[in-house]
Ligand binder design. Structure first.
Ligand SMILES: Cc1cc2nc3c(=O)[nH]c(=O)nc-3n(C[C@H](O)[C@H](O)[C@H](O)COP(=O)(O)OP(=O)(O)OC[C@H]3O[C@@H](n4cnc5c(N)ncnc54)[C@H](O)[C@@H]3O)c2cc1C
Length: 409
């Protein structure tokens, strides 16, 4: 097991600099254009595929970094480049990780390549869990998956919403209810192959931020998929459902709940790292501006009123990164999240990103309020971090329940 260190090793520094170079040279110059167009930046994704940043290998390498810092470091650099474009790039990774974590070897081998396509013909994938009436309350999910034994097919019906890459994805991963009696334990994930009849894109959302990332409803009407598209396979599902029914009968659901909680705690720091990337980007713009903009015959940073804001911004960003790194290390080291440290890191970093990007606008004055400078976009982008992958309120709920042991509502 890796000892915790805050010193990146040479390999990590090399990877970080490589990603940073791509973020600075390719993503940052394209950011304003794709934000205005509100479209998926296919040419940038293609560039990322050509250099090897858009691929499962890239994620796998970062994911298996024994220090735990590979993923947060990669996320920070990509989202430093631009949050909307970065989400277009990593959205497929989120769906792919679902397949890698729960799929059979055959499913991984068949579907992951189709999620990414090739550098000459790039594809994206979508992970569809949220529904109009099931956002924070995942237990309210209504999309149903019913098994047609005669044909060995699953039939999916329902409406998903807020799906990143929804409707434009080559492969959709859809979470659906297979046993409504079991609540969230009765959910399963399915692969919907390219061109499956019955899956269509509903409304595409016009958003406040991360506008280069496509977000849409996904409508499923009698979507028939082969039995082999159930992630993990039918045997494993039947065993899991039987165990859950048995636990429900004997009142022993706690162990399953803890396992699910550990998974969330391990994935949340990655979102925290995205927020750190956006916050750092805005802070750097503000610091440069404050040193060069003169008023009253001196750079505005000469005023404590401005310099102290920058000092606070930097302190908060570094604190956020430390929380993210701690939780990421705990995940790989198998340390129990006794105080919901993963949720803490996501909560703190996402709130810091909103605050720091707002301060950056203030430091740039009128310029900060225009689209001539990137900080207003970064501020709009930062608002997503306190919403997706569990809102700030839900993170507080998780932390409060964990530290108190009480069923706080
Ligand atoms: C741009 C974008 C991309 C997304 N991408 C995906 C994706 O790829 N796949 C996917 O499945 N989902 C995705 N989501 C969905 C996202 O995860 C949900 O928006 C999020 O979980 C919140 O759900 P909701 O929007 O329904 O809000 P709600 O759950 O309705 O919450 C509304 C408000 O009520 C508060 N609230 C709710 N319950 C409680 C409570 N118990 N205590 C205190 N406060 C509470 C919330 O914190 C929030 O402030 C995306 C969302 C966005 C905006």
């Amino acid at each position: 097991m890796a000892e915790f260190t805050m010193e990146l090793n040479d390999d990590q520094k090399q990877v970080r600099d490589w990603i940073h170079g791509f973020a600075a040279d390719v993503m940052r110059p394209a950011a304003a254009e794709w934000d205005e167009r509100e479209e998926t930046p296919w040419p940038v994704i293609q560039e990322a595929a050509k250099v090897g940043i858009y691929s499962l290998d890239f994620y796998a390498q970062q994911f298996f970094d024994p220090t735990g810092l590979g993923i947060p470091m990669a996320m920070e650099e990509l989202f430093w480049g631009d949050a909307g474009i970065a989400l277009s790039i990593v959205g497929t990774g989120l769906a792919a990780i679902g397949v890698v974590a729960n799929g059979t070897e055959e499913q991984i081998g068949t579907w992951i390549p189709q999620m990414y396509g090739t550098p000459d013909d790039v594809k994206v994938a979508a992970f569809c869990s949220s529904e109009p009436d099931a956002g924070s309350d995942v237990g309210a999910m209504r999309t149903r998956a019913v098994y047609d034994q005669a044909k060995d097919e699953w039939v999916l019906n329902g409406t998903k919403t807020w799906a990143t890459n929804g409707g434009i994805a080559n492969v959709h991963i859809v979470v659906a209810v297979v046993d409504p009696e079991l609540g969230t334990k009765g959910h399963a994930s399915f692969i919907v192959p390219p061109g499956t009849p019955g899956l269509s894109q509903g409304q595409k959302f016009k958003k406040h931020g991360i506008r280069a990332s496509h977000t849409a409803e996904v409508v499923l009407e009698d979507v028939r998929i082969p039995g082999s598209c159930l992630l993990g396979g039918k045997e494993k599902l039947d065993e899991r459902l039987a165990r859950s029914r048995e636990r429900a009968r004997s009142g022993g659901g706690e162990r399953v709940k803890n396992a699910a909680m550990a998974t969330f705690e391990a994935s949340r720091p990655a979102v925290g790292a995205m927020a750190v990337g956006t916050a750092r980007a805005a802070y750097e713009v503000a610091l440069d501006y404050a040193k060069t903009r003169t008023q009253f015959g001196r750079p505005i940073i000469d005023n404590q009123g401005v310099a102290f804001q920058l000092a606070d911004m930097r302190t908060q960003i570094d604190a956020a990164r430390l929380l993210v790194w701690r939780a990421s290390w705990m995940a790989v080291a198998g340390r129990p999240f006794e105080s919901a440290e993963g949720s803490m890191s996501k909560l703190f970093a996402s709130e810091v990103a909103k605050k720091v990007t707002a301060q950056a606008i203030q430091i740039l004055g009128g310029n900060g309020f225009t689209r001539e400078y990137p900080v207003e976009r970064m501020h709009r982008d930062s608002a997503i971090y306190t919403i997706f992958e569990g809102t700030s309120e839900i993170q507080r709920l998780v932390i409060a329940r964990t530290i108190s042991g009480m069923p706080i509502r």
